[in-house]
Ligand binder design. Sequence first.
Ligand SMILES: Nc1ncnc2c1ncn2[C@@H]1O[C@H](COP(=O)(O)OP(=O)(O)OP(=O)(O)O)[C@@H](O)[C@H]1O
Ligand SMILES: [Mg+2]
Length: 217
Amino acid sequence: MHQRGRFITLEGSEGVGKSTNLAWVVAWLEARGCEVVQTREPGGTPRAEAIRQLLLDPEPGEPLDSDAELLLMFAARAQHLALKVRPALARGAWVVCDRFTDATYAYQGGGRGLPAERIAILESFVQQGLAPDLTLLLDMSPEAARRRLQRRLDSHNEQRDRFEREHTAFFDSVRRAYVERARAEPERFALIDAEGSLQEVQSQLAQVLEARVAAWS
Ligand SMILES: Nc1ncnc2c1ncn2[C@@H]1O[C@H](COP(=O)(O)OP(=O)(O)OP(=O)(O)O)[C@@H](O)[C@H]1O
Ligand SMILES: [Mg+2]
């Protein structure tokens, strides 16, 4: 495939299968000869990963103010874009990212209740017009996703992070915010039913990728 790199993001609430399917998307693109940079948010560079720790640590001895949380998300994003994402796109590589700004609208906006206008100010300040070319939104019921996540936590002996400790109402709001964003921008988003088997999910992903990549070339 001889075309310039595109910016693809995977979104969805906890445990829907973002990381599992991110690896699959990367392999799909690499099999077609693309140079792919695989990354995640918050994080993606050493300093941005340090900010991720501040954001996810459930027990730092004090609560995290919602505005501080929002600013830390965008501080990590600025660093990630400057040092990793923009340079990769500039040299023609594809970037596939586990969560991006839609997650900020869903979690800090939908989940925490921060006004979308406040997020939009930081989005335009930090991103200067940069947006994903394609966003794969993995959608499923929060209860079923929670069961998946719990199985993963149990089998890896992991602790819940600060977001994973939130309650059902929080994740319902996160899901609603994601779906609203997908409806508002249907040309960028692909809504994937994530409740089925991995094979079912990946056959939907393959269909979307085939169509988008064909349209871009
Ligand atoms: N379609 C599926 N069917 C059954 N199990 C799945 C499916 N997709 C992912 N899983 C399993 O569910 C668990 C959660 O998946 P994964 O870690 O990829 O989710 P995630 O969206 O990245 O979660 P997080 O938000 O915590 O990063 C993993 O153990 C994974 O193997
Ligand atoms: Mg993950």
